[in-house]
Write a protein that binds this ligand. Structure first.
Ligand SMILES: C[S@@+](CC[C@H](N)C(=O)[O-])C[C@H]1O[C@@H](n2cnc3c(N)ncnc32)[C@H](O)[C@@H]1O
Length: 197
């Protein structure tokens, strides 16, 4: 098991796995997963609904992914090293874009979301799970205080991103379907607002 998977296990047990199980099977058609990491979502794709799956990450754990993809059957899969801020795919390539626990780390969130909008088909959807700045105080301010140190320890991860608001501001209609650990982790689906296409 990858070290990341071991590190994540307490969070997975505390609700993350439930979120993945609920949301990832909604992916359909041509699917792009951004920031795939060690492939923790792979167990939850519904192979009946997915026609192809491309997994990208700025720092690809190819050995781990290759091993996990062997168990994925004969579905059309690929993995590539790519940064969400500059994706190589033509516009309108995907029916679903999945990202889980990624935008806490992306250097330019708005540019990353612009790229997702670009590669998504007009009628396509996003599936997301992100951790965000808690709304309640003093927890929110505590997360602000911890973020500069946490960023250094955890590869640039911010504890205080307001990703739900940013997604809405960037032109996505969102349906937040579940939250865990109060409102620190949230997951849902979204589509591009008609006015933002
Ligand atoms: C916390 S891990 C999450 C991994 C996996 N999605 C999950 O749910 O367990 C964040 C992942 O996002 C990737 N990542 C961060 N910034 C990225 C970017 N700009 N473009 C592509 N991948 C990125 C990291 O390399 C890392 O694998």
């Amino acid at each position: 098991m990858a070290i990341y998977d071991l590190f994540m296990e307490p969070l997975e047990r505390n609700g993350l796995r439930r979120l993945r199980k609920k949301l990832v099977p909604k992916a359909r058609g041509k699917v792009l997963e951004i920031g795939a990491g060690t492939g923790l979502n792979l167990d939850y794709y519904d192979k009946e609904k997915v026609s192809s799956l491309v997994m990208v990450d700025r720092d690809l754990k190819s050995r781990v992914l290759k091993k996990k993809l062997v168990d994925f059957g004969n579905l059309n899969t690929a993995f590539k090293e790519e940064n969400v801020m500059k994706l190589s795919f033509p516009s309108g390539s995907f029916d679903t874009v999945v990202f889980t626990l990624v935008f806490c780390t992306v250097a330019d969130v708005e540019q990353g979301l612009k790229e997702i909008k670009r590669v998504l088909k007009n009628e396509g959807s996003i599936i997301f799970i992100e951790h965000v700045r808690p709304k309640a105080e003093p927890l929110g301010k505590t997360f602000d205080t911890l973020t500069p140190l946490w960023k250094k320890l955890a590869s640039g991860c911010h504890l205080n991103r307001e990703t739900e608001e940013t997604l809405k501001n960037m032109g996505f209609d969102l349906k937040v379907e579940d939250k865990i650990m109060k409102d620190i982790f949230l997951g849902g689906t979204g589509t591009i607002k008609k006015t933002a296409r």
